[in-house]
Design a protein around this ligand. Sequence first.
Ligand code: MRU
Length: 337
Amino acid sequence: MNELRTLAEDGGAVVILDQTRLPHETVFVRLTTLAGVARAIRTMQVRGAPLIGATAAYGVALGLAEGLPLGNILATLAATRPTAVNLHWALRRMESVLENSALAARREVAWNEARAIAREDMEANAAIGRHGLSLIARMRKAVRACGDIDVVNVMTHCNAGRLATVAHGTALAPVYAAHRAGIPLHVWVSETRPRNQGLLTVWELAEAGVPHTLIADNAAGLLLMRGEVDAVIVGADRIAANGDVVNKVGTYLKALAAKAHGVPFYVAAPLSTLDFSCAGGAAVPLEERAAEELGEGSQVAGNVANPAFDVTPAALVTAIISERGCAKPTEIAAWQS
Ligand code: MRU
């Protein structure tokens, strides 16, 4: 697999893979300033909760290298996108490590901490892949026991693959692990209107050689009803203390349809996506994006609402897969320590 890095250091700069140009063009952008990082996150050149967090951490290091005050740096980055808690988690972590370091050492400390956040994201996602692999292996046994079909069919939404993280992905980490382990599988990828992150998922699954099929978002219910899906696996932008899952808009409808048809619904996310300070999904700020994103960029007549995320109640979630293992949404408090 020829993996293009989503985020890499280059001297005193950070290089990102511009996701607004994918899948048509592969363009790398070198970021050297806080403003550049903030713009990259806001315009979704980098996107996906874990990748946003790691990129923001490097943004803090770049801002300090520019001589900017830490408070301004944190406020600028915090204002870029509201929902993915990994961003705010990374900023809090940077703030606490910098508060405890001597002024003269701050630039180096910030750079090292950003590097640690990026490395830990890769490790957490690799562990999610291992835990998810056991689930998929069990699914394969069940699929084989039911007849002569030997392919596990997974449905996913948005892009919670390696492009959304520093490496491996969250929802797709188990898929990649199963593919590497030789388990035959196929992924239904929903388009994910209006920004079509499903096309990013198609791009990276094709790159990895994983069989997949793109569907319109509205086709998901039919496929679940027909028994063509063995499990839904999605990522998350924030998971509240009660196990409610906030993820890309459209996730909730898939969870409802999965429940109606007895299909397990899994959410894969690192611990940096868990927010125990939010009691439930209703407390999570949901990003409203520009009206222009609807209607293929053309002028849309009339009122437009463009909520970018929705809340899937914990009761619809079979289990959450983190680097600690698999747990029912009601049991994630055990991961707090
Ligand atoms: O608006 P985006 O593209 O940043 O939203 C991404 C998602 O909703 C992903 O499903 C989520 O961040 C999990 S990514 C591992």
